[in-house]
Design a protein around this ligand. Sequence first.
Ligand code: SF4
Ligand code: SF4
Length: 568
Amino acid sequence: MPDIPVYPLFVRDATNLDAKPELKAYVFETIDFAPVRGYSAKPINLLILIDLSGNFLRIRLLDHKEPLFLDSAGTQKLERFASQYKGLTPRHTIEIGPFNDPGLRDENVAHVKGVQQGTISVKAINRAILTAAAAVATAKLKNGADDNVTAPVSTAIPKESKETKDPKLTTATEETKTLSPSSKPVAEITEPRQDHHKEVTASPVAEKTNPINATNAVAMTDPSKGVNDSNSTSQTSVVDVQASQPTSLNIDSQTTIHSNHELNIQASERDDWITSWQSRRTHIVIVLCGLLALSVALIAQLRFSANPVRMRRLRTLYLVFTVGFIGWIAQGQLTIVNITAAIEALSSHGDLSFMMNDPMTVILWLFAGVSLLVWGRGTFCGWLCPFGALQELISLVANALGHKQRRLRTALDTQLKWIKYVILLVLMTSLYAAPSFAELLVEVEPFKTAISLYFVRDWPYVLWAMVCLLLSVFVYRGYCRYICPLGAALATLGILRFWSWIPRRDECGTPCQSCRHRCEYQAISPTGKINYQECFQCLDCVSIYQDKERCYPLIQMKKVIPEVSRLR
Ligand code: SF4
Ligand code: SF4
């Protein structure tokens, strides 16, 4: 028997309690074989019960940290997804469809219903299940060669013993020791167990429909592995198996699994993300076209902003595209969770490949990263953030209705802008000092509520998102300028920008304050200097710079030049 954390499950014939319990299934946790990371970069863990033919009998979600599914309703969605694997095998080709997929299946192919906004999470679950099951099947079910596992020798189970009354599994090593005093240990688990293993409370085989009669089942497991409800975190336990007994496995030759290679497992990470990218090619093409158009406009900023009315219209149109398509349709809202997940992934295993499952995030982060170096945080915040764009559109609607946002006093505005940096600092510190607080603090971002979940969420989250949006009726992009930790992170990284791209004149600031008074984001200092950390690249000041009616030096020049001409 290989030294792997897989636990045999024995079933006793209810009609013949003197008979030796028979091996019927195996129980294991996916984290031991495939610690697949989801959106949060933390591994998802499932408990799997698999029969001797490789059929999934039961799958239960033990632990996850998927940001969109942290509440009980979200967790239930993931549990429902995992439960669809019941009756399938690692040999099945699994197609994850939309959330309303009819879920058809035959002996080779199975369609499972996806989870709305949960592509990365369900793919991680899929991969964890299939990869772990394949490993277990290969080790335990290959022609029965490795399965010299038998029930405990002793058959002296009292008729009124605990397991005959309790519908739960009889699991702990206590019973095992009693049942097989002569048996010898063949596997030891020495790694410390994690807290989340305590969460399993129910027997995975307690279902009536289960082919295994739970009343008579004996799982040779460690309680700390989570099959029963023990809170034990024992560091060393013995899977007590009579290795000398001949195998009595009943593996159907038709369904025997020979090796990993013969398993049709489309579970490799690479396959996963290639499928993700292929399935989203329309979204990818549209977003790439949008990014190309934006790049051209920003490179040709002087020409693009020469006509202020046309520029305003095009900008408003782009913001609608950002909210509607990038945000609500393509789900391309970047978030501080991407950064925290990347930090955690880099510090724990140095692998960011889990991000490849979300093409929008990858494309937008690449673009945001490059534009950060060229133009600063303004390119993303000013043009590509769906929640930021939504705020600006709300401000524009309020303006159209005659409500103008208030300009705060410069000193107050400067002080308030520090709030977002403080939030970012606390968040980053708590990532290490108090991870559960960090999970709570990321909820300061209303993106998940307003963009990813279309405001369909518990009311406190919806209320917070509405407050953030309403703020922009009174203060232009108030959330962005004062609260947003992602904006703060981008502004901090923006110090790497190598180009001061906004054209300036000697008169900017002294004496001219025209741009400064018109910059809605209050990103120009009284000296005329641009604060690129707070600039949202709206191009208003670039437009003013070339406007003979609004730029003071140009107005002066216009006055002087005819006089000079007359003097001649
Ligand atoms: S500050 Fe935050 S909400 Fe505003 S545009 Fe930037 S990332 Fe988006
Ligand atoms: S007007 Fe303000 S926000 Fe807009 S580009 Fe100029 S400095 Fe940046």
